[in-house]
Design a protein around this ligand. Structure first.
Ligand SMILES: [Zn+2]
Length: 407
């Protein structure tokens, strides 16, 4: 064996297990394995989870918060400030920031990433190419899916439609879209589906990012998904406007979303920062209705979106921190809710991203993280250190922690 984890916890209330890894795969899981291994890691009852999945992140515009502040904290100023900064990004600058961000994610136990990489006719493909290069460079350390993302719209930014096809030819894994930043929005959605079908790739929309319910297009996305036979291959991020609907209007949309098998990435780090900025009292949380979607059978994920820029001026690269934000904000701290949070940053986004061989089962890929906690239920709220990260059967990160009381 290459690696043997001794006595780790896979589920609360179950006996501890040994987990053996060989040739990049999980070879055996037993109460006690009497096998030789090149590296033996003592679990001592600590929790072993499948690698964390960061299903919505912008690597190319991370770590720029200190360059030009977003003083109002609104989406409008975030867009303005970022548009001002973009022309100053050199290739070296993007490489440096994107790679540092990627390493922050890896350090925190992330083994799978979906990143939205943007381009437009005035900026060209510099950021997109950089992210594609990093994807190659980090093969075997982290799996990166790159979304071809038309941040400035497709139809209202002439030349972008051609660039969408070029990005797919350059190897993008997913077709991105942003109906709320384009007009006409239905043509935008149709075009994204047309490109996705041509290249046989999944779709990931930035969707209905507003405090109020006006101008939502999620129902059209559902209809289109079903019509095109794209069930299970469409994801949407933000979807905050859905949180503004009363139950009688919300429920039929959730049913439609479940039927279309659409996955949702809630992005609380950004949504809580930018949302409700025009409310003077009883400020809205401006999140997608996580519990209602989950209970309605929608595949619910939590992701980070941005780290330290005008949209999200904080973040450490730990998706557990993002999930922690969602716990009080999304009322997910109850006894029945808390155990559903860890899957929102592991198995659910793996499903949304159609990752094969994911999860701690014999024969699956050996992508696992040993956490410094003994409770699976409390794994997120404990904010544990990621003691060992294993990707494709190799230890990629080891964290050593030492604290002493000096009183
Ligand atoms: Zn985003």
């Amino acid at each position: 064996m290459d690696i043997l984890f001794k006595q780790v916890r896979l589920k609360d209330g179950e006996e501890l297990k040994d987990v053996a890894i060989k040739g990049g795969k999980i070879e055996a899981i037993e109460k006690e394995l009497k096998v030789e291994a090149a590296r033996v890691i003592e679990g001592n009852g600590k929790v072993l989870i499948p690698g964390l999945v960061e299903s919505h992140i912008h690597l190319d515009k991370a770590l720029i918060a200190d360059r030009l502040p977003n003083k109002s904290g609104t989406l409008q100023e975030a867009l303005k400030v970022t548009a001002q900064l973009k022309p100053t990004f050199s290739k070296e600058d993007i490489v440096d920031r994107a790679e540092r961000t990627l390493q922050m994610l890896i350090k925190n136990g992330t083994t799978h990433i979906r990143t939205h990489s943007e381009f437009d006719p005035s900026q060209g493909f510099t950021g997109f190419e950089t992210v594609m290069e990093l994807k190659e460079k980090y093969k075997g350390i982290v799996d990166v899916q790159v979304v071809a993302f038309p941040q400035e719209g497709i139809l209202k930014a002439p030349g972008t439609e051609k660039m969408m096809y070029e990005a797919m030819d350059m190897g993008a894994d997913v077709v991105g879209g942003i109906p709320y930043n384009d007009t006409p929005w239905d043509k935008h959605i149709d075009l994204v589906f047309e490109i996705a079908k041509k290249y046989d790739k999944p779709i990931d929309f930035h969707q209905d990012f507003k405090d109020g319910p006006e101008g939502m297009t999620i129902e059209y996305v559902c209809e289109k998904t079903i019509k095109e036979g794209y069930q299970g291959r469409v994801s949407v991020g933000h979807l905050t406007a859905l949180g503004a609907l009363p139950k009688d209007r919300l429920q039929p949309i959730i049913e439609k979303m479940a039927e279309a098998q659409i996955s949702v990435m809630s992005l609380p780090a950004t949504d809580l920062h930018l949302g409700g900025r025009h409310d003077e009292y009883n400020v809205r949380r401006a999140l997608t209705p996580i519990r209602a979607l989950r209970d309605g059978g929608v595949n619910m994920c939590i992701a980070t979106n941005n780290i330290r820029n005008a949209f999200t001026p904080y973040g450490t690269g730990d998706v557990m921190l993002t999930a922690m934000l969602a716990i009080p904000a999304g009322h997910l701290g109850g006894a029945d809710d808390l155990p559903t949070v860890l899957p929102m940053i592991t198995t659910n986004p793996a499903k949304a991203m159609q990752v094969s061989g994911y999860g701690i089962e014999v024969g699956n890929n050996a992508d696992v993280v040993l956490l410094d906690t003994e409770s699976v239920t409390n794994a997120v709220i404990d904010m544990p250190a990621k003691l060992f990260v294993v990707k494709s059967g190799k230890v990629t990160v080891e964290t050593k922690k030492s604290t002493e009381f000096l009183f």
